[in-house]
Ligand binder design. Sequence first.
Ligand SMILES: CCCCCCCCCCCCCC(=O)SCCNC(=O)CCNC(=O)[C@H](O)C(C)(C)COP(=O)(O)OP(=O)(O)OC[C@H]1O[C@@H](n2cnc3c(N)ncnc32)[C@H](O)[C@@H]1OP(=O)(O)O
Length: 468
Amino acid sequence: MDNKKQPTEKELKDLVKKVDKLVSKRPATGEKSTDPQSEALMRAQLKQMMESMALMEKSGMVKSTGKKDVGDHKFWNTQPVPSFNDEINESGPIEADIPFDQIRKEPLPLPKDFEWCEINMEDDKEVKELYELLTMNYVEDDEAQFRFDYSAEFLKWALLPPNWRKSWLVGVRVASNKKLVAFISGIPVAMRTYEKVHNLTEINFLCVHKKLRSKRLAPVLIKEITRRSHVEGIFQAAYTAGVVIPKPISTCRYYHRSLNPKKLVECNFSRIPPRSTLSRMIKAYKVPEKTSIAGLREMRLEDVPQVRVLLNKYLSRFDFAPVFETDEDVKHWILPHEKVVWSYVVEQDNKVTDFFSFYSLPSSVIGNPKHSTLNAAYMFYYGLEIPQALDHDQTEKFIEKRLNELVNDALVLAKKAGFDVVNTLDLMDNAKFVDEQKFGNGDGYLNYYLYNWKCPDVARNKVGLVML
Ligand SMILES: CCCCCCCCCCCCCC(=O)SCCNC(=O)CCNC(=O)[C@H](O)C(C)(C)COP(=O)(O)OP(=O)(O)OC[C@H]1O[C@@H](n2cnc3c(N)ncnc32)[C@H](O)[C@@H]1OP(=O)(O)O
């Protein structure tokens, strides 16, 4: 085949970006294209381009996500995960549990000069070391303009949930000076995948210091946390990543709701759309001074049991969702935690009918003369009581209306709390509120993965797991 005749990956990506911006990106003023016919045409073109790009990726002709050929995954091809072209119609483990006596008990060998450690998240000095590694080396956007800046308090919250395991907070240090240069974490989670509820390890915060990249250290960290998970009798894991590796069970898209357009423009996070002005954007994104739902208040300890029932019932709508098995889980994850998670309930006649929550995850703004931090809130879990008598369509309409009321108030509260932007993914029922609440789609996608578990793909609006 003559590769030269095919558009290069960059050309394709640029085209996709261009069309995508044209057809999908809601202009910051909330204006929509006035020409639905050309919009439909462009959408069709975009779809076609994406399909040909996927085909070319499959055939190995172009590289995916600018990184590597699909199929050329030296590490992932050795792991119990499905391949890209596997059509999966049933659920189950890919390989059997390993008997305890056959599990390796010693850590895997590391390249010389490095040693394993466990990070003690109850020791502020070690928390600070982890914070510093991540704040300088963790996830950045493609243009290296922003980098996640999880706070130390956030990391403690994320890594010390009920039943946390010290052996799953794995670091790598330089042997000579003990500097922390890599990390990976696991926490225990009960997840339902379709009908099956299982105990998994939720993997997060995989990070290798920038100076040690591309030396195949990440696979060693992944294999070591896998071994440590096996030692604890857990043979499946859930994780999310921006990169595409074999094989996502779902891919969700990021959406952003501007609360501080001026700062977002100054940080290069948003652009002033053609034919608009900053003052028009400011007006379009203004939120009310006060919330409007009667009975809305901050969540308190005594709400935990009711919130747990609401949440688990609501999550039963989805095909891939956590199960909050105990009140302790809800107390840890949902109860407000200063500067980390904000949660509100609606109480009517002594009964909690709804709740919603969001968490704080700022990003460092890299190399900007005016701003160093973007204060972002991320939509977290929510739940609402759905009247029983409704049929399917009425239920969906009910959720859409109520969710818009709740998120409208969440925006007011996020603005009051000083956030510049509220981010969300189009999982759960979020697609029902993004347009009305003036969220615009971003460039970012998040892929959901399961380790050693095959199951049919999960639609975005059937994903009920929010990962930090
Ligand atoms: C039963 C229990 C099982 C538990 C384990 C379940 C699996 C958990 C899986 C982990 C879930 C993590 C969830 C999160 O935390 S997602 C967040 C990941 N972190 C970042 O993006 C922070 C900034 N980046 C870095 O620190 C490094 O670039 C990392 C550490 C990501 C890779 O380091 P480096 O750039 O120096 O690369 P290498 O030469 O060492 O290694 C290259 C190999 O690593 C594969 N790679 C690269 N990035 C990822 C990624 N995000 N998930 C899975 N695999 C990844 C890559 O495809 C290649 O393999 P293959 O393509 O050749 O095969």
